[in-house]
Ligand binder design. Sequence first.
Ligand code: 6AU
Length: 276
Amino acid sequence: SSPHLQTYNERAKKHANKAAKALLEIMEEKQSNLSVSVDVTKSKDFFDIIEAVGPHVCLRKTHIDVLEDFDATVIDRLRELSEKHKFLIFEDRKFADIGSTVVLQYSKGIYKIADWAHITNAHAVPGPSIITGLASVGIPKDRGLILLAEMSSKGALTTGSYTEDAVRMARARRDFVIGFIAQHRMEGIGASDTDNIAGEDFLVLAPGVGLDATGDAMGQQYRTPEQVVFESGCDVIIVGRGIYGKGENVDAREVLKQAQRYQAAGWEAYKKRVQR
Ligand code: 6AU
C-alpha cells in the first residue's frame, strides 16, 4: 500500500538512509510528527523554546544564520538537547548553488552544517549536480537531504513540471534524498513506465501549518494539521510562529502549551490516516 497508509514504524524498517530511519522511529516512539521551526534571533529565546518543546517534537529546525549571538557553544548545547530529548536536527539552509559551491557551504565556514545537522534541504533549481555535491559531504556522515518540491508561499514557482523534475532528481538518489518539503505526497510523480517506483517512500515535511491563522503579511499560507497530514498525506508538520508567536521574551509555559496542542493535532490526524 501507499507509504502514507503504513505506520511510521513499518516505514522505518524499510528505509536504508539512517537519518530517515531514525526520524521515523523517533516519531513513533514519541508519538510526534511535529517539527518546531525555531526562527528567533537570540540564543536565550532559542534555547528557552527548545527546552520547552523538546519532549514533544521529533525534529527541530533551525535557520542558524539568523542567530545574532551565535558561537560554537550553541552547537554543543543543541547536540546535548538533541540527545537528551531525542529529536533530530534539521538545518533549513535551502542550498541553491552549483555542486562545488554547496560542498563548501555545507561543510565549511562558520557553521559547518554537515557536522551537526542530521537533515538539511536544497532547491532543485541547479539540477542534479547540487545533490551530487551535497551527497559527497553528507553520505559519509549518514545525513539526509530534503528537496524543496512545493513551497508554501503565495505565488511560488514550484509547481507542475518543476515539481515533477524535483521528484525525478530525488528518485535518482534515494540513498541520500529522503523526502521533500511539499504539501502533498510525491511517490510516483513524474515517473515513466520504465522507472522502478516500487517501494518508493519519500518523507513529506510540510511547512505552512497553523491552527489559528491562515497566513501572514508576507505571503505565508497556513493549513491545519488535519488538512496537511490526513487529507494530503504529509508526514511531518513544521510549525514556527504558531508555537512561539513573535519569539521574543519567550513564555516557556505558553510555548509548551502550544507545542502540546500541535503535537496532539498532528498525531490525531496521523492515527486517523493509518486506521482507514
Ligand atoms: O510556521 P512559520 O510560518 O513561522 O515558519 C515556517 C518555517 C520557516 C520557513 O523558512 C520554512 O518553514 N518554510 C520552508 C522550509 C521548511 O523549507 C519551505 C516553505 O515552502 N515554506 C516555509 O515556510 O522557517
